[in-house]
Design a binder for this molecule. Structure first.
Ligand code: 4NP
Length: 157
């Protein structure tokens, strides 16, 4: 089982979107049985809440369902998951502080797409403050495609 965790601040806008889009691409590739996919926040500000209406709306517009609820990151997550994807540099720094040994699996979510030059930035901007959920979706989609390519190479699947 390949365990993949997406992390943002509130776990209501960006990381649920990434979780849903990545799971959608994994399902399209017929690989769902190989993966455990989840998301969480570095804060507990929205613990138990549904994803933001802007995230749910843009996902629905692209034919993707999502029913997850916000939860905070725990130290056990960092022991359990194989890939931990931070949406921005502030999330990355927070996760790295909480993590013990293996830091290599903690990366910026857009890193792979940035290397492939399918995106021109390393951070997913936070639509909670600025809106622009469709623009964020496009970044998240490209990030998810590139991440899945990298993981398939890593695991020869
Ligand atoms: P997210 O966006 O980290 O993409 O889920 C945010 C959601 C809520 C807050 C900040 C960012 N907040 O401060 O409540």
């Amino acid at each position: 089982m390949i365990r993949v965790l997406f992390v943002c601040l509130g776990n209501i806008c960006r990381s649920p979107m990434a979780e849903a889009v990545f799971a959608h691409l994994v399902a399209q590739a017929g690989l769902s049985e190989h993966f455990q996919i989840d998301s969480c926040g570095t804060s507990d500000y929205h613990q138990g809440d549904q994803a933001h209406s802007g995230t749910l709306k843009v996902l629905a517009q692209h034919g993707i369902d999502y029913h997850g609820r916000s939860r905070p990151l725990t130290p056990q997550d960092l022991a359990q998951f194989d890939y931990v994807l931070a949406m921005d540099q502030s999330n990355l720094t927070h996760i790295q502080r909480l993590a013990g040994g293996d830091q290599a699996k903690i990366i910026l979510f857009l890193n792979e797409a940035y290397q492939l030059k399918t995106v021109d930035r390393l951070e997913v901007p936070d639509p909670y403050y600025t809106g622009g959920f469709e623009r964020v979706y496009q970044l998240v989609y490209r990030g998810s495609e590139a991440l899945l390519t990298r993981i398939r190479q890593d695991h020869q699947i």
